[in-house]
Write a protein that binds this ligand. Structure first.
Ligand SMILES: [Mn+2]
Length: 317
């Protein structure tokens, strides 16, 4: 009987699994990818008697594969904070799902584990840009300000590493990063002794430097950045979006990068002051989706850029 751990390759997915596997170690096959690679359950070759833990991937997106695995006789434990739609009721499935905006998957796992691996929940929350949740959880641990700041930087670095349109854009595959973090077990050991941390940090800083040189298209009160076709621009979308949102909390931001389909991948941040509207706006486009404060469009056709910029300005002016 085999076990499969299917998790989002970002900080929330990785740190959620770290909590579970540090708390109850078990052999498993890792199934993960870049941040946007969320249709993970269809890749799992599980059979009757096998088990799956799914973390930080929308149950709505995975609905068909989820149903097929359950029908096959596979046991599933599901932890997530994305839109799930109607969940199948099945004796082999347990769902831990909470879609409230201040919660990420790492926080849900922390509740289930009664805080036993909380330090990784702190990293998860900071990685998902949930500063309040990160600080609140950190306050229950014996950490000084500098230690909390280090955990925040670690969360941001792990989150950054998952951005990119394909694994070729990334410095390290999320499964490899998970294994290195798991080997360290303590986040401060990873920060102090793993060269990989310094490599990710330096690459993130250099990508941000590139991005800061670009001026936005001016939709009224809602800047739209169109970055060039390069691995750095695909990697920096999330980190740059968070930086812009922190600098101008009353504005929404959009970042566009050319993709392999001849269109653009779009990342949208709602104004930090309201934290709403990003998902509703993105869903107006064919391949749009996401959450209220951070959403995206997988493929915006090139001839819709002007239309997108105009409507973005209208939606968020
Ligand atoms: Mn998440």
């Amino acid at each position: 009987m085999s076990h499969f751990d299917a998790f989002n390759g970002d900080a929330d997915g990785i740190c959620s699994l770290l909590q579970l596997r540090l708390d109850s170690p078990r052999e498993s096959t890792l199934v993960t990818g870049v941040k946007r690679d969320i249709a993970l359950l269809e890749r799992i070759p599980a059979a009757r008697g096998d088990s799956v833990t799914a973390l930080d991937i929308s149950a709505d997106t995975n609905r068909t594969a989820l149903r097929a695995l359950l029908d096959e006789g596979v046991t599933i434990d599901y932890y997530d904070h994305h839109y799930a739609g109607e969940l199948p009721s099945h004796s082999n499935a347990v769902f831990h799902i909470d879609t409230s905006p201040a919660v990420c998957t790492g926080v849900i796992v922390d509740r289930v584990l009664a805080g036993r691996q909380r330090i990784w929940a702190v990293v998860a929350a900071f990685g998902d840009d949930l500063l309040e949740a990160g600080r609140t959880l950190a306050a229950t641990l014996d950490l000084d300000g500098a230690a909390v700041a280090s955990l925040r930087e670690l969360g941001e670095c792990i989150a950054y590493n998952a951005y990119g349109d394909s694994e070729a854009d990334l410095l390290v595959h999320p499964a490899g990063l998970y294994r290195t973090l798991h080997k360290c077990a303590d986040p401060f050991r990873f920060i102090e002794f793993e060269p990989l941390f310094d490599e990710i940090k330096a690459m993130r800083e250099s990508d941000l430097e590139h991005a800061r040189r670009h001026m936005p298209e001016q939709a009224p009160g809602a800047p739209v950045y169109i970055l060039p076709d390069a691995p750095w621009s695909r990697r920096v979308r999330g980190a740059f979006g968070n930086e812009l949102a922190a600098a101008s909390p009353d504005r929404a931001h959009a970042i566009l990068t050319p993709n392999a389909r001849g269109g653009y991948t779009v990342s949208v941040r709602a104004p930090r002051s309201t934290q709403t509207g990003a998902d509703a706006f993105c869903r107006e486009f064919a391949t749009g989706g996401g959450r209220a404060r951070a959403a995206g469009i997988n493929n915006l056709p090139a001839d819709q850029i002007d239309e997108f910029t105009r409507r973005f300005g209208q939606a968020f002016r």
